[in-house]
Structure formats: C-alpha cells, structure tokens
Ligand binder design. Sequence first.
Ligand code: DAH
Length: 353
Amino acid sequence: MALLDTIGEERAAVLARIEAAAGTAALEQVRVEVLGKKGSLTALLRGMGQVAPEQRGEVGRAVNRLRDEVEAALAVRREALAAAELEARISSEALDITLPGRARPVGTQHLISRLTEEIVEVFRGIGYQVASGTEVETGYYNFTALNTPPDHPSRGLQDTFYVRDRSGERAAIDGESDVVLRTQTSGVQVHVMEERTPPIYILAPGRVYRRDVADPTHLPQFTQIEGLVVDRGITFGDLKGTLEYFCRQVFGPERTVRFRPHFFPFTEPSAEMDVSCGICGGAGCRSCGNTGWLEILGCGMVDPNVYGFVGIDPQEYSGFAFGLGVERIACLKYNVPDLRMLLEGDMRFLRQF
Ligand code: DAH
C-alpha cells in the first residue's frame, strides 16, 4: 500500500532530522515543519479524506502512532539538547575563581582617636562622664570666665584664631565680638559648671586650635582632654592620686609621676605633671633631655575666681582640673619623634599602631 510506505518513509526522515538537530532552536524548527499547521505530518493527517474508506482505519492508526512517536522523540531530544546547552553555558560563563580579587583597603581608627577613647575609658572607670563643647567658642568661655584678663598674651592675634563673618567683620555670638576657634578645652569646664550643680566629674575631649606653625613639637590643631572635678572636700591629694592612677593606666604600672609648680589663670595652685621617662627609666637620656622626666599635662585646684563666674560657692565646694594633649601623649607612649607624623595620614606610619 503506497500510503503506508509514504508514512514509513516520513517516519524515517523525521526521526533522522530530530536526531540530527544540533540545538533546541533547530529542533523547534523541525517540530514546526513536521507538526505545525503546514507540517508534513499534519498534511498526512489532512489527507485522510482521500484515503479509501476500507484503508482509513489502518492508515489513520499508522499516522497517529507516528505522531505520538515523533512527539516523544522530540521531547527526549529537547531535554538532551537543553541539558547540553546549559552545560555549555555554565562552563563558558564560569567565574575564574583563581583570579586574585580586588582588595578593599580596610580602615581602622586613627591612633589619636583610639588613644582618646582609651583615656576616656580610664576615667569612665572611676566615675567620670563625658562632656563636649563646640570648636567655635566665645572669648568669654575660652578666656574671660577662665580668669584670663583681656590683655593676656594668649588672647593676642599671634596665638589665637579669631573668627570673621562673611563680610570680613569680626563674627559675633550673643553680642560678643570675640569669637575664636577654641585654644583649649578648658572652656567646657565653664559650660558644665553653669549647667550642672556639683558633684561634677567630667572629661571633655576635643579639638583645639592655635596659631602655631607645625613643627616637631607644635601643631596648629590638636586634641585635648580636659578634666574637671567639683565636689565637697576635694583636695590637692585627690588631684595627685587621680592623675597618678591615670598615668599608670596609660603608660604602665612601673611609671612614676612628679608635680612641678606652674601657673595657669584658672587654677590656684597650679602644677605641671611629669611622667618618668619610659626609655631610660628615669636615669636621663636624649628623649627626656637628660632629666628623666617627660611633661604630660597641666593641672591645679579650680581658682575661686572661676567659681565666681559660674555661681558656685567656693566655701561649700572645691575641685581640681587638668588638661592634656593627646598627640603629645601618643608621641611619648609610642616614641613618635615628630607630631606632624600624626596628621600626615601616611598608612605606613599609621599601620604600626
Ligand atoms: N588649658 C591648658 C592648656 O591648654 C591646660 C590646662 C592646665 C587645663 C591646667 C586645665 C588646668 O584644666 O587646670 O595649656
């Protein structure tokens, strides 16, 4: 029967084309050409009308079988081709994990920030709170209320940055035309004493500014930490014990301290505190100028005149204050020879700490 032969030929041809399809797109093309509206197998099915009635059953079954067979073959081949294509994509798009990645440099706290926190923690451990002030300050808080008279040399243009407004005139805050970049954190003392009543145990870290040219021992901008205690019955002995404790916490238990009389307008009596040189152990060497001591801070008992500005009764309360430079302490603790290295941001230097 010619028709059954045609179906047999069609079967062989279609199965061969399915097997030969090189990709899912080519396979889809085969499917359309065979089973689509104008497909070869579809034409065979349509042609059933012309088949003699007594042959229709047999031919119909043969065509239907062929269609089922073709559909199954398409499905099997499609799955195989899709898997191969996925495999090819995975290997062609694979990341080369042996390439070194792009390193992101990880930053860390600057030595000065870390040391500031370390010092703050020492005092927090003995009950101090942190207070803060602003870097732009009035002459009243930076000088006047700290018992520093108008003609004091530190108030001069050579020593202090004065702030001007946009028009170039002296800036004014609250009617005061003396607006400065604070030269010391001591002004925070005044704000705190105005705002709180004793007992006061505070520490005030912050940046200060002076009209200095940067050299190995001076910076125009540096970090200070101010301390203030006001309470009943505070003596110079409390000051000494507190600062000696602080010093040993920061520099190590083997270090000793000494106090030398000094003058500050806002404390009376005043002193400077030295710590024994860590390099020679106090015997004297180049680092300590052969004295065996390194000066690290200023301190004293709060001057009664300062209490007068903030309305605290010196008959009832007494207290002490101190101020230290963090950059200087960093240099002494880590033997940094030049303060400017702390500002340069050279990672080879900073990474050492
Ligand atoms: N403000 C002083 C300075 O910048 C440091 C200082 C000395 C602060 C004695 C104090 C103090 O509170 O009592 O040099």
